[in-house]
Design a protein around this ligand. Structure first.
Ligand code: NAD
Ligand code: MN
Length: 353
């Protein structure tokens, strides 16, 4: 029997609700499969923990997480704490030290889900966004001086390293190569960001030579929003910087029907550290505690986690069940225009499994 140890970190807000649903669904799947077990250990880190202790996670938190095969994460953010404290105190405090440099965000319009795009349906939008996840605009470089004075200054320095850009480009070209269309779009802004993003473009062209079977093109990030909405079929695999991909992937999630559906994998491809799987949404203060959060993004993130753990058959089975649930309007939560509750969707998913 194969055994996988998973650290579950529900975090804050609806993160707690959707991770509970995800753990229930994945445990049911493992029991049905019979070939592997998932051992979940729960960590109560996040904003409540911060209010008790003054930190989002214990000082030895990373040491505690290191032995796990994967991390199943909810979200961070509380209405009464500054977002930069919660985000840097937990989510980024895991992604950066564990060198989870490839953030992978698949997007599809699932059968039964309506896209806000007038003429887009199933198959018209089938993308994988690869987000650089450790440097760029979110490297954490910068500072503030002369606080409160008229001459106060704040810097937020974007960092691009040759090693960092090369490894994300290689990852993106490999991802494109693994998909039927073998087509990559490199998102840039080298007209205005004339240092880091010019190097970004140069390295893309260099890495492209290693992948002669992949076709690729280049797109300025502002024009990319137009292409995503007006010509969604013209895209397949997409690579972008930390900030650009953060924004584009929320747009992608909305175009595919809801923020509640979209999954993410934060991968350390070399497997020196555990990778982390989470829905792309945040704590959703407006619906916290109401029992109506859409758990599909968390289920789909669980599917990506199973793939990473080598449980491909179970991952495929879970994806088929997700598609079945999405196609059933009676199991749509309010974000999809329905009136189902998180618990209904979870029960429906387990029945579909
Ligand atoms: P959000 O994703 O929490 O919410 C945006 C909108 O989408 C809200 O109307 C919300 O109700 C809806 N929504 C999101 N997930 C949903 C789901 N599963 N089912 C149904 N509806 C859903 O984004 P926000 O409002 O910008 O941020 C709220 C907090 O979350 C902030 O503190 C922010 O910093 C944090 N945040 C954390 C992460 C993360 O942990 N990875 C990501 C994004 C935002
Ligand atoms: Mn985001």
């Amino acid at each position: 029997m194969r055994k996988h140890r998973i650290a579950a970190i529900p975090g804050d807000g609806i993160g707690k609700e959707v991770v509970a649903a995800g753990v229930e669904a994945l445990s049911a799947l493992a029991a049905l499969d019979g070939g592997f077990t998932l051992e979940f250990e729960h960590f109560d880190w996040g904003s409540d923990y911060y209010k008790r202790t003054g930190t989002m996670m214990p000082a030895d938190g990373l040491e505690q997480l290191k032995p796990f095969d994967a991390i199943y994460f909810g979200s961070v953010g509380a209405p009464d704490l500054p977002d930069h404290i919660t985000l840097w105190g937990l989510r980024l405090a895991i992604c950066q030290p564990f060198d989870q440099y490839a953030n992978v965000r698949p997007t599809r319009i699932l059968n039964g889900i309506e896209s806000p795009l007038r003429n887009a349906g199933v198959g018209d939008l089938d993308w994988v966004i690869v987000r650089e996840n450790t440097e760029g605009e979110y490297a954490g470089q910068g500072g503030r001086s002369h606080r409160g004075h008229p001459e106060e200054v704040a810097t937020e320095v974007a960092i691009f390293t040759r090693a960092g850009v090369r490894r994300i480009m290689r990852f993106a070209f490999r991802t494109a190569q693994s998909r039927p269309r073998k087509f990559l779009t490199v998102v840039t802004k080298s007209n205005a960001q004339r240092n880091g993003l010019v190097m970004w473009d140069e390295i893309a062209a260099e890495v492209a030579l290693e992948f002669p079977d992949v076709t690729w093109d280049k797109m300025l990030v502002d024009a990319m929003t137009v292409r995503m909405t007006m010509k969604p079929r013209s895209l397949d695999t997409i690579v972008a910087t930390n900030l650009h991909a953060d924004i584009l992937s929320d747009l992608a999630a909305a175009l595919a029907g809801s923020m509640g559906i979209a999954p993410t994998a934060n991968l350390n491809p070399e497997r020196q550290f555990p990778s982390m799987f989470e829905p792309i949404h945040g704590s959703a203060f407006d619906i916290t505690g109401m029992g109506i959060a859409n758990p599909i993004g968390t289920f789909w993130s669980g599917q990506m986690m199973l793939e990473h753990l080598g449980e491909q058959a179970a991952a495929d089975r879970l994806m088929r069940a997700i598609e079945k649930v999405a196609a059933d309007k009676g199991l749509h939560t309010p974000d999809l225009g329905g009136s189902a509750r998180t618990a209904d969707v979870t029960a429906g998913l387990i029945a579909a499994l």
